[in-house]
Write a protein that binds this ligand. Structure first.
Ligand code: NOJ
Length: 746
């Protein structure tokens, strides 16, 4: 067919149109990788180094400054800073971002990071409390809400979740994580990453997550923060690395290198960890930030003679961003010139940081987190408070309830709230509470008052301070208790006793609180102990003497409301401990998934593994927590007694609510690999389901185990399953389970 006259006239226009289209089109479909490369190709060496540098707004770690240090503006304009931490506010971050976009040559947006650990302005329960909910969907929602609030205030990136396994409650940072177990820890890690990052990291209310502290930080010797860590590669991989891997698989954008060494190698110079495991094995393509001056600390660690060598070791190991050590700012140009750090290495680190800035959508709209109207509307809303309350209600663990003292019937009894934490509005905020405001906090006393109304007579006495030794107010507290029908004794730690650099050598209730409890106990009044704390405490005396105990950790701004809901039965407690409670500090480290040893404890044999002065058993085991309902387990069934590696094993159990209250129960599945090429733990959590049962209801709960669940690092350090016999345990906590066995065939 011949072309008509009109086609010939239109032809040049069509070609021109197609060329334009092609350019526009190719622009819009350029992948993030292509865009990263094109930015990188235009950058000078100084600008590249600038991207690897992070400075704090304040002078101290965790500071809550709103302004950068003097001189920062000039450095931003010169492209010498890529990131800030500890600067907040839609307006302030916008001013600084404007300098980067309008005054710096490459117009690369800054990324603002902050420790949003359990809330920004609306304080949620501390992470260890949230882990007690055993409810990943709830924890994901909490992280989502925190991201919505923080992002409205200019924050792009949180240094959370902390996914360090902690088996030693002396370590103050146990409060920031999800406890002692890699399976539960992995579920929480993934939930939090997904909550912070949402389904679209480029949305204006999602923030980048940072898995920390990579890695092994929770294994500090003696539970002393920052201390030496030394364990086998097998334990490291089977236990400590698991939640990190889960977080990376969930899409975490960044990781933070930890302060500690493992077996002589500090994390900030550990190439095996930061490159081989993280990038080569796990295919992580985001970036790694140092912890605060952790590059500088390579000097006192004794692996670098000066800051220059520290910078060389860190960058070559794969540590992309330097938080506050100034090693890269001061020495990287020199190191490049001397050939000690290659340009390829620098480019790769810059590429990783730019990639995350692109994924956050900052190149498309650097001011998307800087809307002051949105900031005002988003902070401390009713919806935020409700989400915090729901999370708090589900984080409470009922440890004891003798004679069903709880729930307390409303209006029937005269209540005395006693104890130094009874009316505290600061401590429920917990450590790392960011912009948390004590004025917004509902104390236990206030929560009870709100619940019972103005006509109820509620007495209150502190009795003593949290940490002090003075007993002069005991008498008044006893007198007050004597006037009541029931005592709610609110004891525990202050908010500053756990968290970073807050290790303790004892796990007792601080000060004279236990003595106060003993005096109140002498009144003969029924006592409900409400404990607030950032770690398991050795509350052995309380367990032996008071009727009911609620573990409430630090529950955030709605602490008192949530505690009152549980005390008076509007909420049936459903939390389970994510960490073992020892009876005595001398038992730690104490964790349920320990090895059997060659001489497991046998009361009839003296030469077995036990303490000659006290018991081996924990005060409360991992996974433990009571309910006002009564759950009965029966009919444990396995789909087969012999399974092949490709055949999943179905395990089912019947759970009946035989009590008088509707309630939630966390049904837990554990296994034990009986014989392996290396020793295996006596129990390992492999699944859990949180179910709701109305009174009288029975549910069949099913788990599926696959070969993947049976794998571990064997004698040759291969991650495999080994044929043989396995035990299966299903129950209400790690110590009370129904049991059966199956064989994994070759
Ligand atoms: C030190 C802490 O170890 C880390 O968790 C935190 O994110 C940084 N400081 C920044 O505040």
């Amino acid at each position: 067919m011949k072309a008509g006259k009109s086609t010939i006239i239109l032809f040049p226009f069509i070609i021109f149109f197609l060329i334009i289209q092609k350019n526009v089109f190719s622009q819009s479909v350029k992948t993030i990788e292509e865009r990263v490369d094109s930015v990188l190709s235009l950058m000078t060496q100084t600008e590249k180094i600038g991207q690897l540098v992070q400075f704090s707004g304040g002078w101290d770690t965790g500071a809550q400054s709103t302004k950068p240090k003097t001189g920062s503006e000039e450095l931003i304009a010169q492209g010498k800073i890529g990131s800030f931490l500890n600067i907040i506010g839609a307006e302030t971050t916008k001013e600084l971002q404007q300098i980067a976009i309008e005054k710096s040559r490459m117009k690369i947006p800054l990324i603002f990071g902050l420790d949003v650990i359990h809330g920004f302005r609306t304080t949620f329960p501390v992470p260890l409390a949230e882990a007690s909910s055993w409810d990943p969907a709830l924890v994901k929602k909490s992280a989502r809400m925190q991201a919505i609030e923080a992002s409205a205030s200019g924050i792009h990136w949180t240094f959370n979740p902390m996914v360090d396994i902690a088996r030693d409650p002396r370590w103050g940072r146990i409060v920031e994580g999800s406890g002692e177990d890699p399976f539960l820890g992995s579920a929480m890690a993934a939930a939090r990453v997904k909550g912070y990052q949402g389904s679209d990291l480029s949305a204006n209310n999602t923030i980048a997550a940072c898995l920390k502290h990579f890695a092994g930080y929770g294994g500090a010797e003696g539970g002393r923060d920052y201390n030496t860590v030394d364990f086998s590669e097998r334990t490291f991989r089977d236990v400590y690395l698991k939640p990190f891997k889960a977080g990376v698989d969930a899409g975490a954008a960044t990781l933070m290198a930890s302060f500690n060494e493992i077996g002589g190698v500090p994390s900030s110079s550990n190439q095996q960890l930061l490159t081989k495991i993280l990038r080569d094995e796990w295919k992580f393509d985001g970036f790694v930030v140092s912890d605060w001056n952790s590059i500088g600390e390579l000097i006192p660690h004794g692996v670098a003679k000066d800051l220059k060598q520290a910078g060389e070791l860190a960058l070559n190991a794969g540590l992309d961003m330097d938080m506050e050590a100034s090693a890269y700012t001061k020495h990287l140009s020199e190191l490049i010139a001397e050939g000690k750090v290659s340009m390829l290495t620098v480019d790769e680190s810059v590429r990783r940081i730019l990639r995350i800035k692109f994924r956050l959508g900052l190149f498309d709209d650097p001011y998307k987190y800087c809307d002051t109207d949105r900031e005002k509307k988003t902070i401390l809303t009713k919806e935020m408070r409700e989400a915090s309350l729901e999370t708090a209600q589900k984080s409470i663990v009922l440890l004891k309830n003798e004679n069903e003292l709880l729930p307390i019937a409303k209006g029937e009894k005269k209540i005395a709230v006693i104890g130094p934490l009874g009316n505290s509005t600061i401590d429920p905020l917990g450590p790392w509470n960011q912009q948390g405001d004590a004025k917004q906090v509902v104390s236990v006393l206030q929560g009870i008052k709100n619940k019972l109304g103005i006509n109820a007579e509620i007495l209150f006495e502190e009795g003593c301070s949290i940490k002090g030794n003075e007993k002069d107010r005991f008498a008044k507290a006893v007198e007050t208790a004597n006037q009541a029908d029931i005592v709610v004794l609110v004891l525990g730690e202050s908010l500053d006793m756990s968290g970073e650099a807050r290790s303790r050598a004892t796990l007792d209730l601080p000060g004279v609180q236990e003595e106060l409890a003993k005096e109140i106990h002498k009144t003969g009044k029924p006592i409900v102990a409400v404990i607030m704390n950032g770690r398991p405490l050795t509350i052995t005396w309380l367990d032996e003497h008071v009727s009911s105990i609620l573990e409430t950790w630090f529950l955030g701004i709605e602490a008192g409301s949530a505690i009152a809901d549980v005390l008076f039965g509007d909420v049936n407690p459903s939390g389970k401990l994510p960490v073992t409670f020892p009876r005595f500090v001398g038992q730690v480290p104490m964790y349920y998934n320990h090895k059997n040893s060659g001489r497991p404890y046998n009361p009839k044999d003296n030469y077995t593994s036990y303490y000659s002065d006290y018991s081996n058993s924990p005060l409360y085991p991992f996974g433990y927590g009571l309910s006002y309902a009564k759950f009965i387990y029966s009919n444990l069934k396995l789909s087969s007694k012999n399974i092949s590696k490709i055949e999943p094993l179905k395990i089912s159990v019947e759970v009946k609510n035989d009590g008088l209250y509707n309630g939630e129960e966390v049904v837990q599945l554990y296994i034990r690999d009986l014989v392996g090429s290396v020793t295996r733990p006596v129990k390992e959590l492999k699944g859990f389901h949180k179910i709701f049962l109305t009174k009288g209801e029975t549910k069949n709960v099913e788990f599926v185990l696959t070969e993947e669940d049976l794998k571990f690092y064997n004698l040759n350090m291969n991650f495999v399953s080994e044929p043989g016999m396995f035990k299966v345990f299903v129950g209400t906590n790690s110590a009370e389970c129904l049991e059966d066995e199956f064989e994994l065939m070759d």
